[in-house]
Design a binder for this molecule. Structure first.
Ligand SMILES: [Zn+2]
Length: 168
């Protein structure tokens, strides 16, 4: 079953990184923990939080609800922690989810986006995706490549650290 997430406002960057990997990751902006827990339960989402209170809830301690207590302040280290714990590398599917609204992207042909993207993009790119909610168009430009490279670095780095630990 595909893993889904809900990230609270302290680890909001994580939601974006996970979307970049192709995961459905909701961002919870509210401050009502009970509401976030209710959403996680109803939608079967893993909670990502820096709030130790959430980890003490019975739904979490009993294992009914999965939650990860994020250790670091640094978004890159936060991402490493999540990748490590959940071994996320095998489901790497960049740019299948809108980074802004967490909707599944739809494939679009070149013709369909002709008037929606800058001419230089239209000249050089063949693959496009569109968000059905905000109608942003995504393509495999340099921004995409840079982000994909960053993700690969995290994943490799995380795997390397695991190997290092085992070898000690
Ligand atoms: Zn969108």
């Amino acid at each position: 079953m595909e893993m889904k997430f809900i990230a609270d406002s302290n680890v909001g960057k994580l939601a974006k990184w996970l979307r970049m990997m192709g995961y459905d990751a909701r961002f919870f902006e509210g401050s009502n923990d009970s509401q976030m827990v209710a959403i996680a339960l109803a939608e079967n989402r893993v909670i990502l939080t820096r709030d130790t209170q959430i980890m003490r809830r019975r739904l979490v301690t009993s294992g009914q609800l999965k939650a990860i207590l994020i250790q670091s302040n640094n978004p890159e280290q936060q991402m490493r922690q999540v990748i490590d714990i959940l071994e996320l590398d095998c489901q790497f599917q960049p740019f299948s989810i809108c980074l802004e609204c967490n909707q599944s992207l739809l494939e679009r042909s070149r013709e369909q986006v002709k008037d929606l993207v800058p001419p230089y993009v239209f000249q050089t790119q063949n693959q496009y995706m569109e968000c059905p909610a905000c109608h942003r168009i995504y393509w495999r430009g340099t921004h995409w490549q840079a982000m994909t490279k960053n993700l690969e670095k995290f994943i490799k780095g995380a795997a390397q650290e695991n190997t290092d630990l085992r070898n000690k």
